[in-house]
Ligand binder design. Structure first.
Ligand SMILES: Cc1cc2nc3c(=O)[nH]c(=O)nc-3n(C[C@H](O)[C@H](O)[C@H](O)COP(=O)(O)OP(=O)(O)OC[C@H]3O[C@@H](n4cnc5c(N)ncnc54)[C@H](O)[C@@H]3O)c2cc1C
Length: 326
């Protein structure tokens, strides 16, 4: 039975969401191909953390080595190249994260594997994979088929795939020997640089209040920030707000920012350009506040308020505070 390998992404044993998104997708694919999902964990001292992956994988393949303690695309590439060469999986999934962007192209070249990057859809049809990728900055979705035999390598966009909540595979953890030797590495891990104080990971937020050019100037940001705080939300924004340096790049939603899928996304003074919508259309509930009833954001909003944000936000903020006090 051919397997689907998923490179579990973690930072010192802390799983990234993309890991569970990939495992969920792999599980669906495995059903249609009659194959199994095998999570690949590379690291050092991460055996205990792998428990969290067992419900979602038929097996967890664990390679531990001190040289894998921190991500280095060269060491990861060596281990994965050996695994793929030996096991000939149907498909290998890697997150389209900074890790995946560094690793996947080199690996594909080394093994001469067909590679599709930054996919927002992967399905099985007539025994082949049908992939969806965005082109022209997210304006058009293209369907991609591999025209060579596998094994295939695919990187998935973070936030583009839902996580299956219930699964009970309880796959065994299989420890595999590390193929690494003390060869010279061109790259060396120096240390993690944490995000600047105040930077938040908007991809993890359940409630996002996103502000656009309609806010007019940075002096008005506290209004929306206070509203976000009153409802337990996090502030994010559209690109012009970043371009004008009113908020940091880490807050930007969209094709050249982050893909988010909160439970609630409140777009305040955002028109809804396709580059923005591509980054937030996975939100469970979208609420738009815009004074232009024809703004495209209303096309993806579940609820809309047409009006002046400077009148609406203070009212909503007070209401939220009242409700909290009850
Ligand atoms: C290659 C490329 C990549 C891009 N990547 C991204 C990206 O990642 N993310 C992104 O967001 N954009 C991105 N853009 C830019 C995108 O095309 C739009 O220009 C941008 O999203 C518009 O931002 P906005 O909605 O905040 O501003 P605008 O389009 O100017 O919209 C402002 C909105 O505020 C409303 N408004 C104004 N005043 C008020 C008020 N008082 N009350 C209520 N509503 C009001 C207006 O009606 C309007 O709809 C990209 C563009 C390119 C070319």
């Amino acid at each position: 039975m051919k397997e689907i390998l998923v490179l579990a992404e973690h930072r010192q044993g802390q799983w990234r969401d993309i890991t569970f998104e990939m495992l969920s997708k792999a599980r669906q694919l495995a059903e249609s191909f009659g194959s199994e999902v095998h999570a690949v964990v590379l690291g050092k001292g991460v055996a205990n953390s792998t428990e969290a992956l067992r419900p979602m994988a038929h097996r967890v393949l664990l390679v531990e080595d001190e040289r894998l303690e921190a991500f280095n695309s060269e060491t990861y590439q060596t281990v994965l190249a050996q695994l793929i060469t030996e096991r000939k999986p149907l498909l290998t999934l890697i997150g389209h994260s900074t890790l995946g962007m560094d690793l996947a192209p080199n690996l594909a070249v080394q093994l001469k594997m067909p590679l599709a990057t930054d996919c927002i859809g992967v399905d099985g049809k007539d025994g082949s994979f049908v992939l969806t990728r965005q082109i022209y900055g997210g304006k058009i979705n293209s369907t991609v088929l591999f025209n060579k035999p596998g094994p295939y390598l695919v990187t998935l966009r973070a936030g583009a795939f839902p996580v299956l909540q219930k699964d009970s595979l309880q796959g065994d953890i299989i420890s595999l020997p590390s193929p690494l030797t003390d060869g010279n590495l061109a790259k060396r891990f120096l240390g993690y640089v944490e995000a600047a104080l105040g930077d938040v990971d908007i991809t993890q937020a359940d409630i996002l209040v996103s502000v656009g050019r309609g806010i007019k100037g940075p002096e008005n940001l506290p209004l929306v920030k206070e509203f976000a705080e009153a409802i337990g939300g996090t502030l994010s924004c559209s690109r012009p707000v970043v371009d004008k340096k009113w908020l940091p790049k880490s807050c930007q939603v969209g094709t050249s920012g982050k893909t988010v899928k909160p439970k609630v996304y409140i777009a305040v003074g955002i028109s809804g350009a396709f580059q923005h919508i591509a980054g937030m259309k996975g939100a469970e509930t979208v609420i738009a506040i815009n004074r232009d009833p024809k703004a495209p954001i209303f096309g993806v909003a579940h609820y809309g308020i047409v009006g002046d944000l400077f009148k609406i936000i203070p009212v909503l903020k007070e209401k939220a505070k009242e409700l909290r006090q009850k």
